[in-house]
Design a protein. Structure first.
Length: 429
């Protein structure tokens, strides 16, 4: 046993004692039939709902209002009557949502997400361990192990003391983390690629690494997985990483509140984690998630804020897994774009630049800003000529007409020193 594997196993047994049991169970169930998986999913869901009904003040009152009385079994009919949960409810009813009865070790969690609203909650040990085990299972599909050396694009430009603390922690788990994303730092990172078994983190920064590495003599013989998360993975991101590193950028989809929702297999299918979540979509294709391991902080029918495209049932995937597939995470519902007369969803930018990619073969990285109604500034990283400029303007007019005046700025470096890349920033409330 190598030292990194030893440290990971020893550390996990101290911090997450149920991790390996969850991982073993997930590996056992991953090739079950869809019928058997759905039976397990519903059984776990109903058990979880009964716990929430008794131990969460918020859900106890809600279930009573829906006709449930203590001592009764919670049914799927009752589950379907539960109104969708929004982040504002998680914030406003935070303490009432938490379970009053929990014997497990708890982890304090904090997330702001793209809305900027800080959400805090307590995650029970089994929930935390199951989430980690789900990630480990996803790694196993690609031949990677959590103790393998990896490059990690995650975090902010922190103080020296915080960086030092994280450097020590990262050394123990055998990874090298980026704290800033300057071109100089990225170029220095190229030398570490040859050691990496996997690369993970912000998809936009993995794409940047691929661009900087292009044409350089890189040894990728150890590389087994490139995983993008937290940000949209655009088609040209996948194209570039495949061309430079010989691996597709795969997707891990989830959130702190919901845990891992889906993980992409070697065949390019993003399989829903049926053993951990119950997924629904509404008429607008917005995803609604129930995490039935969140015993300490029940997350039931949570509208995450993403639009997704579900794939028609494909049977057993070539990878051997029968779990249903999310074909695409289209993006965040986000804030509105304001024209002089009309309003538009921020997802409009996704469709504009997706069309330019597939119809005009234009690989463009963008960030849109709105500080005035009827006006938009779109910053584009690449340099482009007059012909490309006219193509972008023409595509914008398809969606906005004359309602919004668009100003393009090329050769714009719009990434902040660290953190998630946002495609739309507005100061209009």
């Amino acid at each position: 046993m190598n030292i990194h594997k030893f440290l990971f196993i020893a550390g996990s047994k101290l911090r997450n004692p149920s991790l390996w049991k969850h991982y073993s169970d997930l590996k056992s169930s991953e090739r079950w039939s869809l019928e058997k998986l759905k039976f397990l999913q519903q059984s776990r869901l109903l058990q979880f709902l009964e716990h929430a009904a008794i131990n969460s003040e918020y859900y106890n009152l809600l279930f009573r209002s829906l006709g449930w009385t203590p001592g009764e079994k919670v049914t799927m009919d009752l589950f379907r009557k539960i109104p969708v949960l929004t982040k504002s409810v998680l914030l406003y009813e935070n303490e009432k949502l938490h379970s009053k009865e929990n014997s497990e070790k708890l982890f304090f969690c904090e997330t702001s997400g793209t809305s900027g609203q800080v959400l805090t909650f307590r995650r029970n040990e089994s929930w935390d361990s199951f989430n980690r085990a789900t990630i480990m299972r996803g790694y196993s599909w690609h031949g990677a192990k959590p103790w393998d050396f990896n490059l990690y694009f995650w975090g902010y430009d922190l103080s020296f003391a915080k960086k030092l603390k994280l450097r020590i922690r990262d050394f123990l788990v055998h990874r090298y983390r980026m704290f800033d994303y300057s071109k100089k730092t990225m170029k220095n990172l190229v030398n570490k690629i040859g050691k990496a078994v996997y690369i993970e983190g912000y998809s936009s920064m993995i794409y940047e690494l691929a661009c900087i590495s292009e044409g350089k003599p890189i040894n990728t013989s150890n590389l087994k997985m490139i995983k993008g998360t937290s940000e949209k993975i655009y088609p040209h991101y996948r194209e570039k990483t495949k061309a430079v590193f010989g691996k597709n950028m795969i997707s891990e989809y989830g959130a702190a509140e919901t845990g891992i929702i889906a993980f992409e297999c070697v065949e390019g299918n993003m399989h829903i984690n049926l053993e951990g979540v119950y997924v629904e979509t509404n008429s607008e294709n917005e995803i609604i998630v129930t995490n039935f391991h969140s015993y300490s902080f029940p997350v039931i029918r949570y509208m995450l804020g993403d639009v997704v495209q579900m794939k028609d049932q494909i049977g057993i995937c070539k990878c051997g897994v029968a779990h249903p597939v999310i074909e695409e995470v289209t993006g965040r519902v986000g804030k509105l774009i304001y024209g002089k007369k009309h309003q538009y969803p921020s997802l409009t930018f996704y469709y504009i630049f997706k069309n330019l990619y597939f119809e005009k073969n234009l690989h463009l990285n963008y960030q849109a800003h709105q500080n005035q109604i009827g006006h938009l500034e779109i910053r584009i990283k690449e340099t482009f000529n007059k012909e490309v400029e006219q193509l972008i303007y023409a595509e914008c007019r398809k969606y906005f007409g004359e309602d919004i005046l668009v100003n393009l700025i090329q050769s714009s470096d719009f990434r902040t020193p660290g953190g998630k890349l946002r495609d739309f920033i507005t100061t209009i409330n």
